[in-house]
Ligand binder design. Structure first.
Ligand code: SF4
Ligand code: SF3
Length: 522
């Protein structure tokens, strides 16, 4: 075994990647990630004890969230960047005298169920850290969330911990997941305003072009500012699509629309893009030689041999001039018509339509809502989500967030009295909107819980941001969530049993049978 990683949905044989990652992660990087996690665990143990003495180390707070985010699937494949982060961690370990666990990796825990719970917690923390880092970049931070990350990360190496205590921490991670997504929502909306209903072009305009992928709105913002008047059109890709709906970003006339679909189609889509491409976070894949020299990474994203834009220094913006020069040196796009996507249905928009939505439910025009959110991925079994969206009765509405939407956001699903049948709340980062809407529905329908609403959850997962979204929903008490296209390999049979008993969570199955069950409220 060269490595062991089973943190994502595409893990080899739904058991574990042991030679190299299906994602393209070489064993060298996987092992460096294990080493980095161990350093972070040591620092987390120290920081938890230090907090009890009233000592807070801002450098450790930031390093732990950045380090965890760096190990999320498809963020960074560059061993040098991993080594740099390990070196930073080691400096802090030296400064503090923290003790680093000696056993590395998921298999360090020998008990199958404890291992499963510890890894579920760790992957939830990775997602939590990713969202905390997104908020931090927009100058929003929560000491309570940092403290929880440290406490829970420290618990993943405890040999005296019980399964019950770990289950408690997993649910507490969900609680912190709700808090971090609320914080990120505040960060995004304070910086760029509440998303508004927006029609986004998927065709192209003649001219030089830059394509921006990933989730980092500030990178896109600064690039838009630096391309004003340069004769360059900026397009969004994948999880950047929702950026088009923010007033603070859509005000730029050269934000020209969305090009392409979800992350896993990037090799084909980028190869056909005759401009510069900027990847800001997950999910980057191995670049093809045909476009590697047009590709840039920023923030925590990285691929060996791909030019990386330096981080902000001294309160200044990132310098995207290399991306701009590259775009100007390439042929650019020609005029091509395309469909329009209607987006911008984050909580503020949906709540402003609440009267209309409630009236539609009360009149029977809308019978049921389906939350179909989360991740997209390569597996052909994900056709299930397209087929399900297509099979939904015409009096139902999809609430979506995350790149899962690319499985059905181009279908002609129409609207119900002017309410589109696909309400797109934004990135996976914006899943908070779906919780706000669900809780609002509880209030307006005067029911006791989300589980009494005409609302079903059918989620696709791929990486660890989806894990924290799932844990947040479990914390909110949501039952009968369908999860697919496979059950996470890191869940042991006993842990699956607990999840089924407590939350009636179930795997996605056949479209027809699942639909019949969901329409019956199961
Ligand atoms: Fe395998 Fe997924 Fe880990 Fe990549 S992130 S090595 S595909 S389990
Ligand atoms: Fe997608 Fe990676 Fe998860 Fe942000 S871009 S949802 S997979």
């Amino acid at each position: 075994m060269n490595m062991f990683c089973y943190q994502c949905q595409e893990t080899a044989g739904n058991k574990g990647c042991t030679v190299a990652g299906v994602c393209g992660k070489p064993s060298e990087v996987a092992n460096l990630q294990d080493e980095l996690i161990a350093q972070l665990q040591g620092l987390a143990i120290w920081a938890t004890a230090a907090r009890q003495r009233g000592v807070i180390d801002d450098q450790i707070d930031l390093l732990v969230v950045e380090g965890l985010f760096l190990t999320v699937t498809n963020v960074n494949f560059d061993p040098k960047r991993m080594e740099q982060k390990i070196a930073q961690a080691k400096e802090l370990v030296k400064k503090t005298g923290a003790t680093i666990p000696s056993a590395l990796g998921a298999l360090a825990e020998k008990n199958e169920d404890l291992r499963s719970l510890k890894q579920l917690l760790l992957y939830g923390l990775k997602g939590l850290a990713a969202y905390a880092n997104h908020a931090y970049i927009l100058k929003k931070a929560s000491p309570e969330i940092f403290a929880f990350i440290h406490k829970a990360l420290a618990a993943t190496v405890r040999s005296d911990i019980s399964a019950d205590e770990l289950v408690g921490l997993v649910l507490a991670a969900g609680q912190n997941g709700v808090a971090v997504m609320a914080l990120l929502d505040k960060a995004n909306t304070e910086a760029y305003g509440h998303p508004v209903i927006t029609k986004v072009a998927t065709g192209t305009k003649a001219g030089k072009a830059i394509l921006v992928s990933g989730h980092d709105l500030l990178d896109l913002d600064e690039l838009l500012q630096q391309t004003v008047g340069k004769g360059i059109n900026v397009y969004t890709h994948g999880e950047m699509l929702p950026a088009n709906a923010y007033p603070g970003l859509k005000k730029y006339p050269h934000l020209a629309g969305n090009y392409g679909t979800a992350w896993h189609a990037q090799q084909r889509e980028f190869a056909n893009f005759p401009g510069a491409i900027l990847f800001t976070t997950n999910c980057i894949q191995k670049p093809l030689p045909s476009y590697q020299s047009n590709l840039f990474t920023a923030g925590l994203a990285g691929w060996p041999g791909v030019s990386h834009i330096a981080d902000r220094a001294d309160g200044k913006q990132k310098d995207f001039s290399a991306v701009i020069q590259k775009a100007l040196s390439l042929p650019g796009l020609s005029d091509k018509p395309g469909k329009e996507l209607t987006i911008g249905f984050a909580h503020n928009t949906i709540l402003s339509l609440a009267d209309k939505v409630v009236a539609a439910v009360k009149s029977g025009a809308i019978k049921r809502f389906f939350v179909m959110a989360g991740c997209d991925g390569r597996l052909k079994e994900r056709q299930y989500f397209t087929d399900l969206a297509q099979a939904l009765p015409a009096d139902t509405v999809i609430l979506t967030a995350g790149c899962a939407k690319f499985r059905y956001n181009q279908l002609e699903l129409g609207d119900i009295g002017g309410i589109p049948r696909v309400l797109d709340a934004g990135q996976c980062n914006d899943s908070y909107s779906l919780a706000v809407v669900a809780l609002k529905l509880v209030e307006v329908f005067g029911v006791k819980s989300v589980n009494e609403l005409p609302l079903s959850f059918d989620l696709g997962w791929y990486e660890q941001k989806a894990v924290i979204v799932l844990l947040a929903l479990l914390y909110l008490g949501v039952k009968n969530i369908r999860l697919g296209p496979t059950v996470p390999a890191f869940l042991s049979p006993n842990v699956v049993r607990v999840l089924v008993e407590k939350f009636a969570i179930k795997p996605t199955g056949e479209v027809k049978a699942d639909l019949a069950e969901m329409l019956a409220g199961r």
